[in-house]
Ligand binder design. Structure first.
Ligand SMILES: [Zn+2]
Length: 238
């Protein structure tokens, strides 16, 4: 397993480079760019969070629950009375903090479950969902946020994989495939629950097609080549 600093630095460099590329292509604004770097870096640390280090998790859960509760209130602002909004705020916070996150905290006891691809996919998709449907951010930004969180986590799992292969050297076959985890038989009920949640999130996810079309449009990416590269080619041809 790679250590904390390796995870922090690698996730920061990977998400920094990728979000800079997207930012330069004009698909992210200033704040979106910074958020993607931050989310990618956080994603790179997420899989190692377990119940032994409960303080950062609890802080993260509290912040997420607050954001969720405020998002709900903002969403229903004009339809509901002040009293109803206060009740909604409390209920929304309570639901996230004590219902949704208690399931996730219970899972962290089973380290194999949190240190897995489906768990991280759930967190990424949930972020996209909250960002688009509750905070009303743009579709593009919402998908980028979710993907950066998930991407950071994948970088983490891949790094652990590489390290476990390196450390065990010749015993490569035995330990490879342990970090990049999709399923583990001993936690089969937890994995069943994970895939059910994941399926629900995929079903209710914001539309992916328009986002994908925007990504596959070559025009923004063409801007990246303008600059140093054509100049160099021109000079070489001269
Ligand atoms: Zn790890």
């Amino acid at each position: 397993m790679a250590n904390f600093n390796t995870h922090l630095n690698t996730a920061f460099m990977v998400s920094g480079t990728m979000s800079l590329t997207i930012y330069k292509a004009g698909l992210l604004d200033d704040s979106g760019f910074l958020m993607c770097v931050a989310l990618g870096t956080i994603g790179g640390l997420l899989p190692d969070l377990d119940s032994d280090h409960s303080t950062p998790i609890k802080l993260g859960f509290n912040i997420t629950s607050f954001v969720f509760a405020f998002g709900l209130v903002m969403h229903w602002r004009s339809e509901l009375s002040l009293l109803a909004l206060i009740v909604l705020w409390l209920a929304g916070y309570g639901f996230m903090r004590y219902a949704v996150f208690s399931i996730f905290t219970n899972m962290t006891v089973h380290r194999g479950v949190i240190h897995s691809v489906p768990y991280m996919a759930i967190l990424g998709l949930a972020l996209t969902y909250v960002s688009y449907d509750i905070l009303h951010l743009s579709l593009t930004v919402s998908w980028f946020y979710g993907l950066f969180l998930f991407g950071g986590a994948l970088v983490h799992l891949a790094l652990d994989e590489i390290y476990s292969v390196n450390l065990s050297n010749m015993k490569l076959k035995r330990s490879s495939g342990t970090a990049m985890k999709f399923y583990q038989h001993k936690d089969k009920w937890w994995y069943l629950l994970l895939y059910v949640i994941l399926a629900l999130l995929v079903y209710f996810a914001p539309p992916f097609e328009p986002f994908w079309q925007q990504l596959s449009d070559p025009a923004p990416w063409a801007q990246l080549k303008v600059g140093i590269l054509p100049e160099m080619i021109k000079n070489m041809q001269r």
